[in-house]
Design a protein around this ligand. Structure first.
Ligand SMILES: [Zn+2]
Length: 497
């Protein structure tokens, strides 16, 4: 198995000077202060932040940041990055609709489809200012799928924890049937990848994505133990208590199995109990709220601003086949939804709130420093500081959307006004990946530059092939099988109340 590295890597002493920008600096209490300053990147780190930096080398790339806002790169803690070819299919889907049509149709992807879907998912994220993501990669439908996905992630230039996943493999579509056991290559491939990691100059680390809590206790414990002994730093799982997947608590199960710890990241945590929240906080485990999914698919109200979970919360995109691929949208949606819910409780009581409790700064932190905590990388990413990794986003503070707002309060300008269009440059690990508002070409796995247009063309070819297979599936029968396999209760599915 060969996973290409990014041979375009430039000398570790390569440097970039961001001149005259407004830099967003976090203090120890997560309060953000905008400071007019220069910022020097040397190699993959932030080397200096001073009002005027003169002593840079003659090869230093200079980005004039006059009128620009320099933000830490955004951190997306839950994303199924392979799903690009499925975009547009789930716009009116429930969770049950999505399960055969989104989740299971990964089985229609061949290893090459995975490469293009994954590369495009990473590039969409970078375009939107995401510099780090947690990839819940439930696409292990063949021995080359995960290596190709990792190779694409490396090519894209993004920072990632690739969550290798024991994916339920489809053995037949009509009727929909899943393989009874994990594929025989799973354990050895996991061990191989763990030995080889990190990939891409250290940017891409291996994680484990685990949703097989139906397995016997000993097997679940063994899976976590073996992952941890292989040096895997993060285990991520879905957890959405409710009428579709049931009322059991994944948090209590992990606690009972002795597995809860700071390397645990649960996506959604919808309807988590107060006991769940207390257990997560005491274990320093984290959650990833994905507001677009939770609001559409009736998972329950997003918990990012829930009093007992806000401390361990972060934000994610989840399925970019349906949701916006950027964190600007997730921050804004989480914030305004939480405000709306709080306000409604006042209105229902015939009262008016005297203040807006949930702030733009809190939303911004969910997409930056709290994401870094959720992945155990607070010391390296999530805020701008000397010695941290150079993951930066440059916004045009004088764009039609951001002008005046960026001058008054740049954090408000980003959370309330900015869109992807306003992102001029993205730097990941000290390398410029977007410049002048355009994604730069990336290096393909066999060398040679790949422009976005080529990626888009490959995606369309791949989509056409997948679509031809998709049309052969009886989705009504597949949905009924999903209900059986996951032991869903038909009486819980109703048209109206
Ligand atoms: Zn998910």
């Amino acid at each position: 198995m060969y996973i290409s590295d990014d041979s375009r890597s430039i000398s570790v002493m390569a440097s970039i000077l961001l001149n005259h920008g407004t830099i967003l600096l976090h203090d120890d209490n997560d309060h953000i202060t905008p400071v007019k300053s220069d910022l020097l990147v040397v190699g993959n780190e932030i080397a200096e932040i001073r009002p005027q930096i003169n002593g840079f080398g003659k090869d230093t790339v200079i980005l004039d940041c006059t009128g620009k806002v320099v933000s830490p790169g955004f951190i997306d803690t839950h994303h199924h990055v392979w799903q690009t070819q499925l975009k547009g299919r789930h716009a009116n889907a429930t969770l049950l609709d999505y399960m055969p049509r989104g989740n299971s149709t990964g089985a229609l992807y061949n290893a090459e489809d995975v490469f293009w879907g994954e590369l495009a998912g990473c590039l969409e994220a970078i375009d939107g200012g995401t510099t780090m993501l947690v990839d819940h990669a439930h696409i292990t439908h063949g021995p080359l799928h995960a290596p190709n996905a990792i190779s694409a992630t490396v090519s894209s230039g993004i920072r990632s924890i690739y969550g290798y996943c024991d994916t339920p493999n489809v053995t037949s579509w009509n009727p929909l049937t899943f393989a009874a056991a994990t594929p025989d290559y799973f354990d050895s491939q996991l061990a191989d990848l763990a030995k080889q990691q990190p990939f891409g100059d250290g940017r891409v680390q291996l994680g484990l994505a685990f949703d097989s809590f139906f397995l016997p206790k000993e097997m679940v414990i063994e899976r976590y133990k073996s992952a941890r002994s292989l040096g895997i730093k993060l285990v991520t799982s879905h957890y959405a208590r409710g009428p579709v997947v049931g009322q059991h608590s994944v948090v209590e199960l992990l606690e009972a199995y002795g597995l809860l710890g700071p390397d645990i990241l649960l996506s959604h945590a919808s309807n988590a109990t107060p006991n769940d929240a207390a257990l997560l906080a005491s274990a320093n485990a984290h959650v990833s709220t994905t507001p677009e999914t939770e609001l559409q698919a009736a998972l329950g109200f997003p918990v990012a601003f829930r009093d007992d979970l806000h401390g361990v919360a972060s934000l994610g995109v989840d399925s970019h086949s349906n949701n916006s691929g950027d964190m600007l949208t997730q921050m804004r949606l989480a914030l305004q939804a939480a405000r709306g819910a709080r306000n409604q409780s006042f209105v229902d009581a015939g009262k008016n709130p005297n203040f807006v409790k949930h702030t733009v700064e809190a939303a911004f932190n969910l997409g930056t420093i709290k994401g870094a905590r959720a992945v155990g990388m607070e010391g390296q990413i999530g805020s701008i500081a000397v010695g941290k990794l150079a993951d930066l986003v440059v916004f045009d503070g004088e764009s039609p959307a951001m002008v005046c707002a960026a001058e008054h309060d740049p954090v408000a300008a980003i959370v309330m006004h900015a869109s992807i269009r306003d992102i001029e440059a993205v730097i990941v690990d000290g390398k410029i990946r977007k410049s002048g508002g355009k994604l730069l070409a990336v290096q393909g796995p066999t060398g040679g530059n790949l422009e976005w247009k080529t990626v888009a063309q490959k995606l369309m070819e791949s989509r056409t092939r997948i679509e031809a297979e998709y049309r052969k599936i009886d989705m009504k029968s597949a949905t009924a099988r999903i209900m059986e396999v996951f032991q869903m209760k038909p009486e819980n599915f109703v048209d109206s109340l």
